[in-house]
Design a protein around this ligand. Structure first.
Ligand code: FES
Ligand SMILES: [Fe+2]
Length: 393
């Protein structure tokens, strides 16, 4: 799931025991997991150097598209070549290490030119030219191509393994494939997106997303369309946790009035039409599967107490074709709910910053949090997290 180097845990293993206790006896992670810059740096180097979602492939649709993003402790350069293949490279020139593009920026060109001394590369990463080397005897451009990293487009989302050692992508996804595939996300279009930056640790955001124990307290609008005590969590293969909740009988989808202004995604089962599936794919992609739209939250940790969140809403083409189609019915509902959640997460962060904070017991309704916390704790210990989540596994 992440870089499988032998490494020391960033937290004393004895202090992780209660987070790894069986359901019913487990607790939150120790508070330093949420507030200590050293733990944050460890996570960036290990969790965020394995398979991480970097956005949608459609952001790099045209041949020649290039985009540099920071990933964990390093930068990644994504390119779309003329052959349509998306590739990921370490964002580092083979000459003296200059970044090829500043992280956060993009370009559309036939090749890649380093801004320092103008070494140039093809979109497949091979070295095209190195000024001044024409007459240098035995200069061989062959081994001087950019360092390629494992990458994968999965239902339209781009994933990169920044370490190159995270193992097969199919193992990372596991049985999530069968849950996501019916919604055909590759055919859906992002028709709205919001960017948030919140003062909370990235794990607090995932933990909050993975339980509805808080819903009756802070989400009256959500409870009006989906019973907060409905549904259950799944325990299947792959580096993810998740489960489903029901829509109320009178609700078509998650919106402020329960109505959908879109269309049901073609081919969904009766169960999929009456439920919403909430999945957290480790470490940074939250996927919410509704009958008529898919919403994602993509997390980028900025510091122990800061997280950037890109929220995107994807709809079927047939919805977009409807005269006057407006995604606001889904966007307004979740923007309101997101803000309720961010306020709670920021308050948790302020609370955990107190030296008096102690990891409290997780309630039965927080089994999704227990699964995620165990995944993180196992990750700190360098173990393949999902294997020890459930004794039945
Ligand atoms: S560092 Fe890139 S050309 Fe010199
Ligand atoms: Fe919530």
């Amino acid at each position: 799931m992440f870089s499988q180097d032998a490494v020391a845990s960033p937290i004393d293993p004895a202090r992780l025991a209660s987070a790894l206790a069986p359901p019913g006896r487990s607790t939150l992670l120790p508070r330093e997991a949420y507030v200590d810059p050293a733990v944050f740096a460890w996570e960036q180097a290990h969790f965020f150097s394995g398979w991480v979602c970097l956005g949608r492939g459609t952001d790099l649709a045209e041949p020649g598209s290039q985009r540099a993003v920071s990933l964990g402790t390093a930068g990644v350069l994504l390119t779309r070549a003329e052959d349509g293949v998306l590739r990921a490279f370490a964002n580092v020139c083979r000459h003296r290490g200059h970044e090829l593009l500043p992280c956060g920026s993009g370009a559309r060109k036939k090749g890649i030119v380093c801004p320092y001394h103008a070494w140039s590369y093809r979109l497949d990463g091979s070295l095209l030219g190195a000024p001044g080397f024409r007459d240098v005897p035995d200069f061989d451009p062959g081994p001087l191509g950019l360092i390629e990293l494992p990458s994968q487009e999965w239902h339209g989302w781009v994933f990169v393994d920044g370490s190159g050692r995270a193992g097969p992508f199919a193992d990372h996804i596991g049985e999530l494939e069968g849950i996501v595939a019916p919604y055909r996300p590759a055919t859906l279009q992002v028709l709205a997106s919001h960017e948030y930056e919140i003062a909370a640790n990235w794990k607090t955001v995932v933990e909050n997303y993975q339980e509805c124990y808080h819903c009756s307290m802070i989400h009256p609008e959500l409870c009006a369309v989906s019973p907060p005590d409905s549904g259950s969590n799944l325990d299947l293969d792959g580096d993810w946790v998740g489960g489903w909740m029901s829509l109320r009988d009178e609700a078509e989808t998650m919106s402020l009035d329960g109505r959908s202004a879109g269309v049901v995604i073609e081919g969904l089962s009766e169960t999929e039409r009456r439920t919403v599936m909430y999945v957290a794919l480790f470490p940074n992609l939250l996927v919410s599967l509704h009958p008529d739209y898919v919403m994602t939250h993509r997390l980028t940790p900025l510091a122990a107490d800061r997280t950037a969140i890109e929220c995107a809403w994807l709809f079927p083409e047939e919805a977009k074709q409807q005269a006057g189609f407006d995604p606001a019915y889904a966007v307004d509902f979740w923007d309101l709910t997101n803000r309720q959640d961010w306020a709670a997460c920021e308050s948790v962060q302020r609370g955990l910053s107190s030296e008096h904070a102690r990891p409290g017991p997780l309630a039965p309704e927080e089994d999704g949090v227990q699964q995620f916390v165990a995944m993180v704790a196992n990750g700190y210990l360098g173990q393949d997290a999902r294997k020890t989540v459930s004794p039945a596994r």
